[in-house]
Design a protein around this ligand. Sequence first.
Ligand code: IPE
Length: 262
Amino acid sequence: MFRPHHMLLVKLGGSVITDKMNYRVLREDVLDRLAGEIAGSGEPTVVVHGAGSFGHVIASKHGIQNGFRDTSQLMGAAQVMEDVRVLNLAVTSALVRSGLPAVSLPPSALARLSEGKLENLDVDAFRRYLELGIAPVTFGDVALDVRRGFGICSGDQLMEVLARELAPARIIFCSDVDGVYTCDPREDPSARMLEVVDRSALDALPRTQRCADVTGSIFGKIETMLRIAAHGGGSMVINGLVPGRLAAALKGEEVVGTRVVV
Ligand code: IPE
């Protein structure tokens, strides 16, 4: 029997499951381990994943995030859609190999954007697969935009809509660092991880961090997480590269990470 309050929502960031520096390179060992941790939870789960090196470079080269301008973008859009499908098949296969029945629900087919904002998603399909005991897997993708022709539907936008519509018991973002830092820990040794982020903590962060890509910076990500928190579900950023951390977070255990609260 489907108990929606036990449903879990997980995002595997593109920086965790792919090698962000190398085009279309998967971190297969990390993916296999995370798939095992998700499958091991035994709870109904929706998995969202980012694009990493399968998406951002080509998408930005062709300006897909700004919408359709001319036909020179079409091969780029098709290439991004193909590349993220390749990644999505790897994610879905890893889950199935781990013993979790999973199905791919691609935004290029099931979502509509309006001026870059995710306005319409076939959430009923997600709900029905969950009820059957099959885990929906969706991902950052190119999608139709009713105003601009096409655009980028990010994993974070999907997380926001799914959090609002499915009211998950736990919402977890897997990153390649322990949580949200006061500044980039890879560049500044004085960086401090924040255990809790709310609106005022976000406003206090220095806006100098470089990590903008076609779907925005860390600030945009935290803004999205604050909106998710406003719908009632607290969410967490954890390090997906540390074995066992996702499994523990999915069980509701206390783990190293950043909680985002309103
Ligand atoms: C990006 O999705 C989608 C494309 C570039 C096609 P995300 O923004 O969710 O991906 P990551 O997690 O940053 O890699």
